[in-house]
Ligand binder design. Sequence first.
Ligand code: PMV
Length: 308
Amino acid sequence: MTTATAPAKIILFGEHAVVYGRPAIAVPVTHVQASATVEAGPPGSGCTLIARDVDRTVHLADDAPDDPLAAIVRVTLGHLNAPEPDVVITIHSTIPIASGMGSGAAVSTAIVRALTAHLGHSINNEAVSSLVFEVEKLYHGTPSGIDNTVIAHARPVFFVKNKFMETFALRSPLRILIADSGIRSSTRAVVEDVRKAWEANRGRYDSLFMSIGQIAVMAHAALEGGEQSALGALMDGNHWLLRQLGVSSDELDRLVQAARRAGALGAKLSGAGRGGNAIALVTEETLDAVTAAMVEAGAKQVIPTLVT
Ligand code: PMV
């Protein structure tokens, strides 16, 4: 029996602009995670995937062309040049679905790692990331690649699409609250809407993307320098720019405002927007008050995490 896990993620700075080549920063969230366990199955049974959380069982032999679980197994076997093994892969995840925490990429990452180890191979983070990216492309249209990168490396990343990726160390840990608006949002749909708006008004959108990218660059320096209050202000600025892009919502704005009023150093939406999560940077002293304020403002769940 072989088990592997993968963390969730949040984008701290630069979502959407990252699709247009601007830098972004994402960090792993280890308080919630996906796991995959591979066990030998009866001879001739082929590969079966069981995801009880979402009430799904998939047999690879059934072809299941539209299934992301089957797809990640296929690309992994292709990479290893291995025939379909007789195995049962059991998947479990505590990561909220469709809320910008990378649940799909985390499940894929856990499957790649568990299956590869079970078949006696080793694989580096870069290769895990590109296999997961193959499947992300099938289901999310034109992803930037930041989700698979941060989850496969399980470290903070400074990322520029197709150009540059650097994992880096934070000078001091970040206490972040992740507040779920309870509204599921399709990354693909929001990314498409932003593209249409960009096509209709390239000048305005390019300049918003550029400003977001500049914030990500400053945030990278602030994270490496441990300047928490500067980071808070940069989160506020990034949220304002995301509102100009049209990807926030009343619910997310309410969560962000409530967090700031209750003493957060800064707050913003995280991920594709419209629904999903708002994140707030807090201290040990403000943690409880900001959590309560975000619940009061409509958060369905507030996940605290310490990013190191
Ligand atoms: O998948 P989410 O909700 O974390 O958001 C993805 C971030 C975007 O920048 C909006 C899209 C992308 O592919 O980077």
